[in-house]
Design a protein around this ligand. Structure first.
Ligand SMILES: C[S@@+](CC[C@H](N)C(=O)[O-])C[C@H]1O[C@@H](n2cnc3c(N)ncnc32)[C@H](O)[C@@H]1O
Length: 152
């Protein structure tokens, strides 16, 4: 399982929080950080997209993080994670840079996931997806970390 992101997560509280969740994940969540590209907005998006997709093997399940994607419940995300893991294919989560994801990434993606309609900075997106993967793991193993106690 791999997270591929544009930009570097520097030492500090954001990185500590990401690592707190990432350390709990089985299989491990490897991280590939790619340098932000230069050029016009369009060029940056295209170059970032080429780098992001270039980091994914052909058989990868590509999960693009984009605010325009599908906002799933944690239970639905957990069910998808279980299916993806059962497929035996490597799962790659993709996070865009300052200019967001190019349409070529959205087209290649097996799933486009939204963490809500708000735009989040990439370092928070990393932590949020790591936490949701951990939550999915807890749901799929019956661990009490996830309490499904909302009203019907
Ligand atoms: C700072 S945001 C980029 C914003 C960019 N201007 C745009 O319009 O997409 C950096 C990356 O974080 C991720 N991201 C930000 N907000 C998100 C959300 N609500 N849901 C899912 N991913 C999000 C996306 O991968 C995005 O490319």
């Amino acid at each position: 399982m791999r997270l591929v992101a544009i930009g570097r997560l520097k030492s500090g509280p954001e990185r500590d929080l990401f690592e707190r969740y990432a350390a709990r994940l089985r299989p491990a969540l490897e991280v590939t950080e790619l340098p932000p590209s230069k050029g016009s907005v369009l060029e940056q998006k295209r170059r970032d997209a080429a780098a992001l997709l270039g980091a994914c093997p052909d058989n990868a399940i590509v999960v693009a993080l984009d605010e325009g994607g599908k906002a799933l419940s944690s239970l639905k995300f957990a069910a998808m994670m279980e299916r993806w893991q059962d497929s035996g294919r490597p799962i790659h989560f993709l996070i865009g840079g300052a200019e967001g994801l190019d349409s070529s990434v959205i087209e290649r993606a097996d799933a486009v996931l939204s963490l809500g309609a708000l735009t989040w900075p990439h370092m928070l997106v990393r932590t949020m997806i790591a936490e949701q993967i951990f939550r999915a793991q807890a749901i799929n193993t019956g661990h009490p970390y996830h309490r499904d106690t909302r009203p019907d």
